[in-house]
Design a protein around this ligand. Structure first.
Ligand code: SAM
Ligand code: SF4
Length: 354
């Protein structure tokens, strides 16, 4: 090697062997979230409020959604750009027929280290074993409370706690471990039930992660007064069961982790409102109809479906992805206060994927 050659650290070498792109803040693409379904069988008011997502709401037609071959091809291109972890989400991903087939295909991609899925859990008891057999590594189940009345309020009146718990149990039996629970906390809605939820899961190996209520999209009537800051929640929990902080497992991990000092497991806090983590954000998102988004709070995406269907080569698609990522400047959560003062039309979460 001549003295003028530089050694490229392994961390920036993509699966193709080329240099993996970094954005304007030097952030790599590490995680890819794929929304496989814009529809949902819940109407959580903080995500898909009924008054907007009513019976005559126009969802994507099935031909408008990416098919599995298209998703697989785009996933391969993102892996070439540096993606190591893929999360399947929605809307409700388990409403997508034959989802296990897609998971099976994604596991064949060279360079992918982890495939996970986020679900509201209602259909999970039926599919947990099939998903595990197809190669799914991990699952996150959303469950905001164990109180049936509060649950009904937060799911828009659909599903039931019993079905979600049955789904979690089947996921555990299938070996989708550790099962993680996502709990959105809203002041005056479910914050009085968080200790009961923890009491149920402590000591079972299931990890509960509390998420601050976020201003995703434009339809959920976000009100900062309803956000319960993670610090406040951690103090409440610690007063009952002492907690000790634990190091993040990797750079860009969204949850701040704590362990119960009595050895009964772990709890996480996702604090995108009170402690934004944009500086380490390495997540890319593909919507159900194939638009590429570089932020959960983005106002617009880049259409990948049109070039894909028009016959673009893998190299052309890769260059498109690379170009978008290298120009990325998003840090919405850090700039929330000033950006909210402007009239932003953020994309909805069911479409882009949570
Ligand atoms: C959009 S959902 C999609 C997957 C699936 N339907 C589910 O609920 O798990 C993904 C995650 O986003 C969370 N979420 C949705 N709207 C939110 C909001 N306004 N603030 C915080 N988290 C939210 C949900 O609770 C869920 O854990
Ligand atoms: S959070 Fe999940 S379950 Fe609730 S409406 Fe949104 S997509 Fe559906």
């Amino acid at each position: 090697m001549s003295s003028r050659e530089t050694v490229v650290p392994l961390s920036v070498v993509g699966a193709s062997g080329g240099r993996a792109p970094r954005d304007t803040l030097r952030r790599p693409i590490h995680d890819l979230r794929i929304s496989v379904m814009d529809r949902c069988n819940f109407r959580c008011p903080y995500c898909m409020p009924r008054e907007t997502f009513h019976d005559s709401y126009r969802y994507l037609k099935s031909t408008e959604r990416l098919d599995f071959a298209e998703i697989l091809r785009l996933a391969r291109i993102f892996v070439r750009a540096g993606v190591k972890k893929i999360r399947i989400t929605g809307g409700e991903p388990l409403l997508r027929p034959n989802l296990a087939d897609l998971i099976g295909d994604l596991t064949q991609l060279h360079g992918v280290e982890d495939i996970a899925l986020t679900t509201n859990g209602i259909l999970l008891a039926k599919y947990a074993h099939e998903l595990k057999a197809a190669g799914l590594n991990r699952i996150t189940v959303s469950l905001d409370t164990l109180d049936p009345e509060v649950f009904a309020k937060m799911s828009g009146g659909f599903g039931g706690v019993g079905d979600v718990l049955a789904g979690i149990e089947q996921a555990r039996r299938a070996g989708l471990a550790p099962v993680k629970i996502n709990t959105v906390v809203q002041r005056g809605v479910n914050d009085h039930t968080v200790l009961d939820l923890l009491a149920h899961f402590r000591g079972t190996g299931v990890i509960v992660r509390f998420i601050e209520y976020m201003d995703v999209g434009t339809r959920n009537h976000w009100n900062p007064a309803l956000v319960v800051p993670s610090r406040e929640l951690a103090a409440l929990i610690s007063a009952r069961w002492p907690l000790a902080p634990r190091d993040r497992e990797y750079r860009g991990e969204v949850a701040e982790r704590h362990v119960f000092t009595d050895g009964s497991g772990e709890v996480g806090f996702i604090s995108s409102v009170s402690q934004p983590f944009c500086g380490d954000c390495s997540r890319a998102r593909i919507s159900s109809d194939g638009s590429f988004y570089t932020c959960l709070f983005a106002t617009q995406g880049t259409d990948l479906r049109a070039p894909l269907r028009a016959g673009a080569s893998d190299d052309e698609l890769y260059e498109l992805v690379r170009g978008v990522w290298t120009g990325r400047r998003d840090r919405y959560s850090e700039q929330r206060a000033s950006l909210r003062a402007t009239d932003l039309h953020k994309v909805e979460m069911n479409y882009i994927g949570g």
